[in-house]
Design a protein around this ligand. Structure first.
Ligand SMILES: Cc1ncc(C[n+]2csc(CCOP(=O)(O)OP(=O)(O)O)c2C)c(N)n1
Ligand SMILES: CC(=O)[C@@H](O)[C@H](O)COP(=O)(O)O
Ligand SMILES: [Mg+2]
Length: 590
């Protein structure tokens, strides 16, 4: 494809050669470029189409090699990457060995801060601004772009509260498109709507926090953006520019269906139509098993409530929100609040199912310990996206939850082998549970078509012998069992191999562990979690404590951050793919 201007933009300095009119053509070319590549490679679409003009304007007005620029979350930084020397690598976006879908410090000097989790930009940019003050670099501007959903998070408010009294040279650009992944929620969203409609507010919330407030302005009006940023360049102190944009701008379907086109997968670049899913694929996502089962249970048990921090569609809590809106809550990007809100509900006899991605639950660690576990409140954590998640990469892998949860007293940790076990545990959880429970399950599909079976209660702490053996015991937790079962079937002399499903990681089924330790020569543990503090290390402690000298091999996520790629590629790299397990077993059997 021939582009008049885009192919000549190798650094942001090249933007200086273009007139305002040329820059508008460039914006159209960039949209075309992004749509064409994301349509075949997948990725975050809507947020990126919404900030094309803003990104051009920032890089035209500010030299961001010198003036730090942070993109909150970073899922909208494609134009930024394209303008800062990564145009030709953009087709490798999110692929193994390719550029990351998020800004990364090691990727470019224009990526001043690594992002992926939301609402960090104001604190980080303030740190940079204060550093500039201390270094007497007073002419620098420090810019953060943050969305309307991300600014409503507690962490963003902590940053605003601090920034206002610092006199630091800050420019916060609020990119208000009135939507997160799902529609934005909360009183702040209502406040922004009123500001946009010109309704008089008692106080401007940002001015009340000692920011100079500018806007709201049309964030697709490039000349206006250029003029406004030029004016703001010379204004010192904390400033907030409020811009109004349309998520998905420039692609009709993406504008009209902003939730689906946040990250739509593959689609037709011309028509915007989604590429139909493989019709032979009859399996369900674990998320849908969770969401539909919870709805089924909630209809039967009025004490059940559901909570998600800003991921109703991704987690599938949406099913319950649509049918029982009074008992299913999207609380916004507020993981800490979600957990303590659940704790409050539990004190009053409700049964909260709080669904949070493993990686985002990290943000609520103190709340899990202090507000839930310490008070032994029966909150049910549905820990979604546990394990390696694929193309989102290091910021999003659920690599640590077994490690960070297993040291917390009172908390039960369960990882279902399949959809039926997930369903049965969701059922068991509302049968008078007296303590908190975490159920961890992966991103994506299982392998059972007919998972809607009658409910069966699960005995807490009881793990399962899937196959008896004589020499090597393989212990799996979660869906790793499926691969391992297939591998065992393919092996000759497989009567020497036993297979155990440690669906309960805590409490550890010591009865079964004693049996295994006495009857095998070797244990192999396979888990989709960090090897540090994971199931293998819990078993290792057990063996040590009980003086078993049996050999233990741990297959899990090694002690380093794992990059982006398909889940299959990443499993192979870390050594937990079916092929890797098979090779190891063949070697051991020989
Ligand atoms: C701590 C955390 N929780 C949840 C998410 C998932 N997430 C990514 S983008 C997003 C919505 C962001 O909305 P907004 O800030 O309005 O930006 P927009 O997508 O509209 O540009 C959410 C909830 C995240 N990245 N980090
Ligand atoms: C940027 C971000 O954090 C989300 O958009 C995330 O990429 C969603 O991941 P899933 O596709 O697993 O829901
Ligand atoms: Mg938004």
């Amino acid at each position: 494809m021939h582009y008049t201007f885009l192919q000549h933009i190798n650094t942001p300095a090249d933007l200086k050669q273009l007139s305002e009119k040329d820059l508008e053509v460039l914006a159209a070319e960039i949209r075309h470029f992004i749509i064409n590549i994301v349509s075949v490679k997948a990725g975050h679409l809507g947020a990126n189409l919404g900030v094309v003009e803003l990104t051009i304007a920032i890089h035209r007005i500010f030299d961001c090699a010198v003036n730090p620029l942070i993109w909150d979350v970073g899922h909208q930084a494609y134009t930024h990457k394209i303008l800062t020397g990564r145009r030709d690598q953009f087709s490798t976006n999110r692929q193994l060995g390719g550029i990351s879908g998020f800004p990364k410090r090691e990727e470019s000097l224009y990526d001043h801060f690594g992002v992926g989790h939301s609402s960090t930009s104001i604190s980080a940019i303030l740190g940079m601004a204060i550093a500039s003050k201390l270094k007497k670099e007073d002419s620098k501007q420090h810019i953060a772009v943050i969305g309307d959903a991300s600014i409503a998070s507690g962490m963003a408010f902590e940053g605003l509260n601090h920034a206002g009294v610092t006199k630091a040279n800050l420019l916060i650009i609020l990119n208000d498109n009135a939507i997160g992944i799902d529609p934005s929620i909360g009183a702040l969203k209502n406040y922004f709507t009123n500001v946009k409609k010109g309704k008089k507010q008692q106080d401007n919330i940002f001015e009340a926090l000692d920011f100079k407030y500018f806007g709201p302005i049309d964030g697709h009006d490039l000349p206006l953006l250029l003029k406004t940023l030029e004016e703001l360049k010379s204004i010192k102190g904390p400033k907030l520019l409020h811009i109004i944009t349309t998520k998905g701008k420039g692609l009709k379907q993406a504008e009209e269906n902003q939730v689906t086109y946040h990250a739509p997968g593959k689609f037709d670049a011309l028509t915007g139509e989604l590429v139909p899913k493989d019709t032979k694929d009859v399996f369900s996502k674990f998320q849908d098993v969770f969401g539909l089962t919870l709805l089924e249970l909630a209809k039967l048990n009025p004490k059940i409530v559901g909570i998600t921090p800003a991921m109703p569609t991704g987690s599938s809590l949406k099913y319950m929100m649509d049918v029982l809106p009074d008992r299913a809550f999207d609380v916004g990007i507020a993981e800490q609040h979600a957990v303590t809100f659940a704790a409050g509900l539990a004190t009053q006899g409700f049964i909260p199912y709080c669904t949070i991605y493993s990686t985002f639950l990290q943000r609520a660690y103190d709340q899990i310990i202090h507000d839930v576990a310490l008070q032994n409140l029966p909150v049910i954590f549905c820990v979604d996206r546990a394990g390696l998640v694929g193309e989102d990469g290091a910021t999003h892998h659920g690599a640590f939850d077994i490690s960070y949860l297993s040291c917390i007293p009172n908390l039960i940790i369960f990882s279902p082998r399949n959809e039926i076990e997930l369903r049965n545990m969701l059922y068991t959880a509302q049968l008078n549970l007296k303590q908190p429970l975490a159920i961890r399950y992966p991103r994506g599909k299982g392998e059972i078509i007919d998972w809607k079976q009658p409910f069966e209660a699960i005995t807490i702490g009881k793990n399962i012998e899937l196959k008896k053996g004589t020499e090597i015991a393989i212990i799996t937790t979660g869906t790793a069992a499926t691969d391992v079962s297939k591998v065992i079937l393919e092996l000759q002399e497989n009567d020497r191999i036993g297979h155990y499903d440690f669906r309960f990681i805590k409490p550890l089924d010591e009865h079964l562990l004693f049996e295994i330790s006495r009857n095998y020569n070797q244990i192999i543990v396979v888990e989709n979690n960090s090897q540090i503090g994971g199931l293998a290390s819990l078993i290792s402690s057990f063996l040590h404590e009980h003086n078993f000298s049996i050999k233990l091999e741990s297959l899990g996520i090694p002690d380093r951050f794992i990059e982006h790629g398909t889940v299959e590629e990443l499993h192979s790299i870390v050594g937990i793919s079916a092929n890797k397990i098979k090779s190891l077993l063949i070697e051991l059997l020989n």
